[in-house]
Design a protein around this ligand. Sequence first.
Ligand SMILES: Cc1cc2nc3c(=O)[nH]c(=O)nc-3n(C[C@H](O)[C@H](O)[C@H](O)COP(=O)(O)OP(=O)(O)OC[C@H]3O[C@@H](n4cnc5c(N)ncnc54)[C@H](O)[C@@H]3O)c2cc1C
Ligand code: FES
Ligand code: FES
Length: 492
Amino acid sequence: MTQVTNTVRFVLDGQIQEAVGVRRTTTVLDYVRESLHRTGTKEGCAEGDCGACVVLVGELAADGKTIHYIPTNSCMQLLPSIDGKSLKTVESLQSKDGKLHPVQEAMVTCHGSQCGFCTPGIVMSLAGLSDTHAKCGTCPSRTQINDALQGNLCRCTGYKPIVDAALQAAPTLIADATEAELLKQIKRPEHATVGLDGQTVIQPVLRTKKGNEFVSPATIDEVAEYLLAHPKATLLAGSTEIGLQVNKQFSRPDHIVYLGNVAELRAIKESATHWTLGAAVSLTAVESLVATAYPDFAEVLRRFGSPPIRATATLAGNIANGSPIGDSMPCLMALDATLVLRKGAATRKVSINAFYTGMKQNVLQSGEFIAAIELAKPNTGVAFRAHKVSKRFDQDISATCCAMSFDIKNDKFVSVRVAYNGLSPYPMRAAKIEAAIEGKSFSQITNDLIDDAIAQSFTPRDGLRATWAYRSLVARNLVMQFLEESTSEVSA
Ligand SMILES: Cc1cc2nc3c(=O)[nH]c(=O)nc-3n(C[C@H](O)[C@H](O)[C@H](O)COP(=O)(O)OP(=O)(O)OC[C@H]3O[C@@H](n4cnc5c(N)ncnc54)[C@H](O)[C@@H]3O)c2cc1C
Ligand code: FES
Ligand code: FES
């Protein structure tokens, strides 16, 4: 038997903090406010939308000296998932001699706060940006500041003074070298632990007397083994869906398997033709990976949630969750991505286009999970286009997102792939639209042709986000726009 300490250990402002006897589903926000009495961090929505709860969570970087911090919605993150990491709350910013952080100073000078409810979250988002820029010796641009604030809602002040404050504040590191040393002391194991009688011990963080537990494996083999033994266990990746279930539906899974400490699942491998993205790779990492190869995909991801959502959320979590308006899936479908599925020692590959079987239904078997996503690198001459239409530009859910890939041979569109979210019970390719376009030149493709193909492909339904009339119009216009723009590019 392993020793279960039932203690979550993390570094907080130059000290190792031990949270003893917390529940599997205690959120970082609840612990910070109720146990640490750090009430600067606020609860607004408890669903990742308002940013009042933003804190910074850090991990030791590969150099073993610096700490890489990400902004995090503490309302969505479960406390055991920060075991072995560093935490910074708004109270961490003021130095011992009472000096404010440059972002705080600038917020005062620029009148960036009124009622102040949003202010700690805004300050933490900007302090995270400031830390990142201090490490590379640059100042953030207005666009980078606007992006960093995508997930922070302020109802009183207006964003101009807040952005002015961010432009004025000098980039500043948030942690010193002592914190990196402390992180080394509480680092979680990087290899599977083997018990006295040779069995693999899957790293528990917390376990109740009833045997319910939060485990944090170090290897993919451990994840596979644990899921065989506990096929109903809940996989926890970025927690941006699970956190909602905990907060809003009071979900209390018996067994939680955290994927964030499995190095193999966090890795991006590269071959001549493909990238293989481990299932725990964050959307932020995917966004930078595809920025040059597939700029439209990167733009869809830039508008996915907000920086704290993207910093933790994963592609695999988006795929597994299978929402009809999931944003990454149309892109992955148009790019014909392959999912690497693992069950026990067995691995199989399934095209993402064959993954869904119904609304939130997929081909995953009991005890099986997504281990990786294979994404082809661009082929010369093949166009990839994608665009998300939503009521707001930032931090909003799609009315529809359309992604297309195609080649142009002798002025004709060939190898056409079109995929949407928001038009059907799960994101899907539209074979009839593809067939309507295949082999035709742009002058042969009319609005009516695409409208007919849309009508044949989907069952009309009005939704909360948009009417069918709106969605189908947008679906047609996006296809026409992508085709027209690529034709004019070719003929230009
Ligand atoms: C404020 C907010 C904004 C959002 N904005 C968007 C948006 O713009 N577009 C969009 O599409 N979505 C959005 N989402 C939804 C969510 O962020 C995404 O679905 C995200 O990709 C989920 O990933 P995760 O790693 O956080 O998943 P988690 O919450 O950790 O898990 C989600 C589900 O997937 C399962 N799972 C996780 N990893 C695996 C695996 N490897 N194999 C099998 N099952 C697995 C989990 O058990 C769970 O059922 C938003 C959510 C919030 C709260
Ligand atoms: S409380 Fe609103 S994002 Fe966390
Ligand atoms: S200052 Fe009141 S919500 Fe921002």
